[in-house]
Design a protein around this ligand. Structure first.
Ligand SMILES: O=C(O)CCC(=O)C(=O)O
Length: 281
């Protein structure tokens, strides 16, 4: 895709906002110029050479390709600082959330190398995070992806009114989520006829925007990828979002935010989570 084919984002089409609201996910075409995706790739490279305190290796035993991620590194990785503070991401999130303001709550990248035998299992994002409010994820692949290489979503699952206990992403990073508020995720693959699945072929510059409650997985979670795919997940919250530590399973994250000056029970307000967009500004 040429640079002129991916114009700077101006504002979301009403149809895109309606689809986000109805389906819990929408694919926006050509909204990130090449300079942003190239910057993000350079940022991942720099971050790999300088991993942060939250760097995780989810690579399965014996896998010929790695599956890695890191998050909250934007203040130390200049490419990510620019992406967070200057790219269209904050405006895209704010418009899709129908917000007055958008706050970047987590920069996160994933690298699935060719041959990686595992990928993100079925989950939704809300139970991983200590926030209550309107939140979305911008998922930005940095190489073209076919629908079988990207993410698959359960249409309208953000409106089921359920919170699901979250699975472990891998054997190497144990994770458990407890409490009456969380149901067990159904066996989606065993009952595929019960669901409507959404996935897209995507070019560089396209992004998905999805609600924190929309259930999704890596489409090729159970089989190796043929080629390496870098992707950014940038997470945003609207102005009504509060910091509410969730439980033992998010303690590392909540402790970090409290050390950053974020007050429990209060609106988001710390340097790590900058307000990046205001409606009409
Ligand atoms: O890109 C990936 O591998 C997983 C992304 C994801 O599931 C998420 O950001 O919630």
């Amino acid at each position: 895709m040429s640079e002129t084919a991916s114009p700077t984002f101006k504002s979301a089409e009403p149809a895109a906002v309606a689809q986000y609201r109805h389906d819990g996910v929408v694919c926006l075409r050509g909204v990130f110029e090449r300079r942003w995706t190239e910057l993000a790739l350079r940022g991942i490279q720099r971050n790999l050479e300088n991993p942060g305190p939250f760097f995780r290796d989810h690579t399965a035993t014996g896998s010929p390709g790695r599956y890695l991620f890191d998050f909250w590194t934007w203040r130390h990785i200049p490419e990510f600082s620019a992406l967070v503070l200057e790219s269209p991401a904050g405006a895209i999130a704010g418009e899709l959330l129908e917000a007055r303001e958008s706050t970047m709550i987590m920069d996160n990248w994933f690298l699935r190398e060719a041959g990686a035998t595992n990928g993100a299992p079925w989950h939704h994002d809300e139970p991983y995070f200590d926030f209550e409010g309107r939140m979305c994820v911008i998922w930005l692949p940095l190489e073209p992806v076919t629908r079988s290489e990207g993410l698959t979503f359960l249409r309208a699952s953000h409106r089921w009114g359920k919170l699901f206990a979250i699975p472990q992403f891998s054997e190497n990073v144990p994770f458990s989520c407890e409490g009456d508020a969380y149901s067990e995720l159904p066996d989606i693959d065993a009952h595929a006829d019960d669901y409507e699945f959404l996935s897209w072929d995507m070019d560089v510059g396209d992004c998905l925007v999805f609600d924190f409650r929309t259930v999704h997985s890596a489409t090729s979670k159970d089989r190796p990828l043929d080629r390496t795919i870098h992707r950014m997940s940038l997470r945003f919250a609207a102005e009504d979002t509060l910091f509410k530590p969730r439980g033992a399973w998010t303690k590392e994250i909540s402790d970090h935010l409290i050390a950053e000056g974020q007050q429990p029970g209060m609106a988001l307000d710390c340097d790590l989570m900058p307000r990046v967009w205001r409606a009409g500004a």
